[in-house]
Design a protein around this ligand. Structure first.
Ligand SMILES: [Zn+2]
Ligand SMILES: [Zn+2]
Length: 430
């Protein structure tokens, strides 16, 4: 235990990797890893450095200082670009002499008015709701801190929001939609595309520069916790390492402190099993229906990929295949493996399992791609009897399955993998 307490976070600065030497510090600041619960000390970080857990290498803190005034300017720019980027045409096509425009909002509206408001709201949340909340939260933090408002709920929410901002994925969706429509019509770039690109870049800059831990420190500074370091606990909500107050709450965010997420395994199993059930109709039923020259063409997810590949668009077919087929199935298999490894207290391949969990967390959001493509196509080709495009019943099942797998990954407490490994090891050596 004593040896563990002296270990310091690994500092990564740029491409260089420095393993800080262990040794006593003048005033050590202790932190528990939010992925494996390991306790270590963190030195003061330089701007370009990031601190990583010495046991599992998870990124625990970045040294980057975000100046809130600069983020405010970016947030206001995002808000100003939004009406233009969402309502003006992103792509235009010329079909039999008429011009048809597709905007993000129009696509969501078409989806909703054609009987799938739920699928439409999933698309709306990931492309409009989440970026809007991100920009709004930054403004709230700035003005709220001046007027003495409660900033805690916003800080807690900002940490969860980042996975749901999917402007970059929608951009790839636009490319896929353009190539699909190219078979039927000529394509022009819409006027809103520049605004959309600028907004996407600004949102990415905001996400890179936003340092939530530093904002907590700034608005709710905490004294260094006293007592033996081994008694320190991690707050699962705001990632503060310290002691619970008299009511068992985190002293910084006031959420009750517990060692692990409550009902993590039950919730993850429930989300995962539901996702598997939704994935069956999602892959068997048609996801898109095209009426062209009086003919009705139905495509399932897989036949859509095949038709893209046979028409010579191999790279686009590969992207759609990875996003819509490979990613959801990989996620389900990885999550099943992880859950079973926790139940059977597996001791082999711990590092591989941790890497797999990080992989599915990272790739998960890309499976929304197909829904974005459908939403854009619906607003493009839906005008006359000659050519129209609607979504099939599989779209709802697919969208729900994607959301459920994202939730399953979020609900799984990675510390349980380490706990199961530790008990498995103890039983093995007994
Ligand atoms: Zn760790
Ligand atoms: Zn907390």
């Amino acid at each position: 235990m004593g040896e563990q307490l002296l270990q310091q976070a690994q500092l990564h600065s740029g491409p260089m990797k420095i393993l800080a030497m262990s040794g006593p510090l003048p005033q050590p600041r202790y932190q528990r890893c939010s992925e494996c619960d390991y306790l270590f000390s963190i030195p003061d970080l330089k701007k370009t450095q990031t601190a990583h857990c010495p046991r599992c290498n998870a990124k625990v803190e970045k040294g980057r200082v975000c100046s809130l005034p600069r983020l405010i300017i970016i947030a206001i720019s995002i808000l100003l670009l939004m009406p233009f980027a969402y309502t003006e045409p992103l792509i235009s096509i010329r079909l039999l002499g008429t011009r048809i425009d597709a905007s993000l909002w129009e696509g969501i509206w078409q989806m909703s008015s054609q009987g799938s408001p739920l699928t439409a709201s999933m698309v709306a949340f990931c492309t409009i709701g989440a970026p809007l909340t991100l920009a709004g939260s930054i403004l709230y933090l700035h003005f709220g801190s001046r007027w003495g408002m409660n900033l805690k709920p916003v800080l807690l929410m900002l940490d969860r929001l980042k996975d749901w901002v999917m402007l970059d994925i929608y951009l790839v969706g636009m490319a896929v939609a353009s190539i699909k429509v190219k078979e039927y019509a000529d394509i022009d770039v819409g006027v809103a595309l520049v605004a959309y690109l600028m907004m996407t870049v600004l949102v990415i800059i905001t996400q890179i520069n936003l340092n939530i831990e530093q904002l907590w420190e700034e608005f709710y500074p905490q004294p260094r916790p006293k007592g033996p370091p081994s008694s320190l606990k991690l707050c699962l909500s705001c990632k503060f390492t310290g002691h619970a107050d008299a009511e068992g709450r985190c002293p910084r965010c006031h959420v009750p402190m517990s060692a692990r997420y409550k009902h993590s395994l039950q919730k993850t199993w429930a989300a995962l099993l539901a996702a598997i059930m939704f994935l069956i109709p999602a892959n068997l039923l048609p996801i898109s229906i095209v009426y062209a020259n009086g003919q009705r063409l139905e495509d399932t997810i897989f036949s859509g990929v095949v038709s893209l590949a046979t028409s010579g668009n191999i790279p686009i077919a590969a992207i759609v295949f990875i996003a819509s087929v490979l990613v959801p199935f990989t996620k389900v298999i990885v999550m099943l493996t992880l859950l079973l490894s926790i139940h059977f207290k597996a001791i082999q391949g711990l590092k591989t399992r941790i890497r797999l969990l990080r992989l599915v967390t990272w790739i998960g959001r890309w499976s929304m791609l197909d829904l974005f493509v459908i939403s854009l196509m619906m607003s493009l080709v839906n005008r006359d009897q000659l050519l129209s495009f609607t979504m099939g019943p599989a779209a709802f099942f697919f969208g729900t399955a994607v959301i459920l797998t994202i939730l399953a990954v979020e609900w799984l407490d990675s510390r349980l993998i380490w706990d199961a490994h530790a008990t498995g090891n103890a039983e093995y050596t007994d």
